[in-house]
Each structure stands twice: as C-alpha cells, then as structure tokens.
Design a protein around this ligand. Sequence first.
Ligand code: PMP
Length: 448
Amino acid sequence: MTRSLAKSNAQFKKAIRHLPLGVSSNFRYWGEEKTIYVKSGKGARLTDIDGNEYIDYRLAYGPCILGYADPRVDAAARAGQEIGGVFALSTERECTVAERISKMVPAAELVRFSNSGTEAVMAALRVARAHTGKDSYVVIEGGYHGVFDAALWTTAVEDWKPGHGDPQLVPYSAGVPHVLRAMIHSVPMNDTERLESVFKAYSGDIAAFMIEPIMGNCCSISATREFLRDARALCDKYGILMIIDEVKTGFRVAKGGVQELFGVKADLCTFAKAMGNGYPISVCSGREDIMRNFGNGVVHGGTFTCHSIALAAAEKTLEILDETPALATIAEYGTKLRAGMSQILSQRGIKHSFSGHPSMSGLFFSEKPPRDYRDWVTSDYTFYEALAPHLHDLGVLCEPDSREPWFICEAHDDRCLGETLERFETAVNRVVQSARGPVKAPFTKYTT
Ligand code: PMP
C-alpha cells in the first residue's frame, strides 16, 4: 500500500503562496511532497485531507495526553467558551486551577499562567534573573526550551568530532543576536564535573541552571537520578536557581511530572503541553519567595493569558490526570509498545534500546541509549530515518527525525497497539529487505 498525498501536495502549492513554507510552524514542513495537511483528529488517530488515517505518536509534540477531541475536555471547553473569552481581568477559576497544580507539583507553590511553553520559560528565566540579580544561565547540550532568542541556541554536534574539544553552541535561527552568546553556558547531560567547573568559574554571573531531565526534543535522553541530585546540591551551593522545564514531561511522566519521577524539587518549573490536552495554556511556577517578584518589579502579562476556553480545558484535563488512573494507563500502553517493538527487532537480530519514560520513548538502534547529545551523534540513527517513511506510508505517524520521542496518550488502546506493531513489523521488514534482500523471518501475531 502506498499512500497518496495528492490533496496535501495540492494544498501545499496553494498554501505556499500565503504562508512561508506553506505552514505555521517550521517543524510542520516535511518537504514539498511530504507535508501533511490534517482534516481531523480523534483519540489517537489523525486523518489527513487525502483520507489517509494514521495512528499518531507525535501527538502534536506531546499535548494530547488524553487523545484528540477528548469529549470530557471538549465539553468543559465549550462551557468555558460561554464565560466569554478574555476580559483583561481575572476569573475565579484561575485560583482553582493553580491550587490543583500546587497540589500535584509541590515545587509549584505559586503559579502564573501564559499561553505557550515559550512564554512560560521566558517568564521563568526573567524572574530567575530578577531574583538573583544575575544575567547568565546554563543549559544542557541538546535541550530545547522554546522559540525566544535566549533559548534559540543549539549545540552544533553535526560539525563536531569526538575528541576534538567541545562542540560549538550556535544560534538555532538567523536573527538571534550573537551578543546573547556571552550569557549562555552549556554542559553535556550527566556531567557533574563539568557543571561544577562552570558554576565555580562563573557563579557570580549565573542566575539559573535550566534543565529538561528527560529531553523531549532529544530522543528522551535522560538525566540520571544522581546527576539531578548533584545538580540540585550544586545549585544550592553556588546560589544558582534550578529551573526544571516540564513543558513536555509535566502531567505526563507522573502526576507531579519529572520532579516526582526523579525525586527532585526545582526552584522554578514550567508546564504547558499536557496540562490542557491541546488547548493553549502554560504555567511558570515555583518557590513563593521567587514568584512574588512578579508584580514586584518583574513584568509578566499577556492579553490572551487564561482565556476562558483554555482554562476550563486545563481544569478538566488536570482533574482527569489527578483523579483517574489515566497516567498509569498511558505508561502501561507505552511499556507494551516497547515490548512489542523489542520482540520484532530482537527476532531479526537488530540491536535497539529505549530511553526516557514509556509515555515518551526515544527509540535507538544501539544496545544502550546515549548518555548525552554527543553520544547521539555517534549512534546509528540511519535505520530510524529509513524506517520512519515506511511507517508513515503504513499509517503510523512518528517524527521523521529520531530526536523526537514517541508520545502515548490515553486513547492509544490495545487495538491501536496491535495495529501499530503489525505495521511496525512490516516497516522493519521493508528496511531490512531494501538493505539485504528478501526477509525470511515469519510474521508474528500480536496480542497486546
Ligand atoms: N520547553 C520544552 C521542553 C519544549 O518541549 C517546548 C516545545 N516543544 C517548549 C519549551 C516551547 O513550548 P511552545 O512550543 O509551546 O512554545
């Protein structure tokens, strides 16, 4: 079966006349003939305008924790619409939702809402700088924290060879002022010594250490518990605030996010995606003494902040995540998916491993997952890159770039998993076949 993207291709030709790259976010452009335009999404499935159906493991890069068009959340959102939108004034519900967040995430003593992950991280960095009176910050190589200038820096591992010093930190976008470089330090994940040497040398200038302990934009490469514990202690020792960016992990890997999973408490933490099941809402939260800087010298605001639709959706989503076994179900589906994939790959003698949490798995074709972004460069991701287009043709949507994890939602039920694994097996066979000639391995019958 080969998919037709005739209507998507025609739409692209039309859209390119009005939208740069024919899309509204660079990452949605997959090339003139591969860019997909969506008709609708329901549960864990998407249908494109050509009528192709996909079981979706991108899930809009994570927000759809319960599934697309979840009836419980959408009913709440519709009731939220009746309230009237935005008023440049506050509503009672903001406090109710903040209370729920503080209950689920103990580090979130106080909460400020925004619309996107980018805005939440911007607010966290600003308030950290204001609180400490310092400007610089430390990030982890391979991390991603949104589309604002201070975050749009990337480690140029593609041009780097192991053993040849450190890879360069470069702007991720044209238009990012080079002058900002002087304020950023970057260290490899899980390198406590490096972190301490940077802290020791520059602690007088460093306001914050910003980390996403499961790197949701870098194949879920993860911090070890020891590294996080040491980083926490080093932040305290050197007077540096720890910002844990939970935009992807928050309300996904545990009710209390990655902080609960790893037993660590941030000074500031940010949330977005899963908290509204796809409705635009985010949070910058943290220690009361830091958060009280908002309104006391630190500006934070936004016309669309706490729109009544998004806020009502967040209230319902968080209630479901907090009061039902949804997250346990999601982790169980993710674990089953890993086990099924593993069986298929092992039968064919293909080395592989998984990283991160079962609800957001990185898939590697090596015995052990990378320990940091430098390791990823030397890992073999060509198999993944060959596999993804076959999966798309077969109706399984994963990111073509191996750095994006596979996201699971509550709607990825056993039927989805069974279908996914059958298609995964076909795709793996196709890759192996094109590399080595016909595959003899028998097809497996899956029961999930
Ligand atoms: N931080 C992290 C960890 C993210 O994954 C993202 C988005 N992928 C952001 C921040 C930015 O969020 P948004 O796209 O909602 O601005």
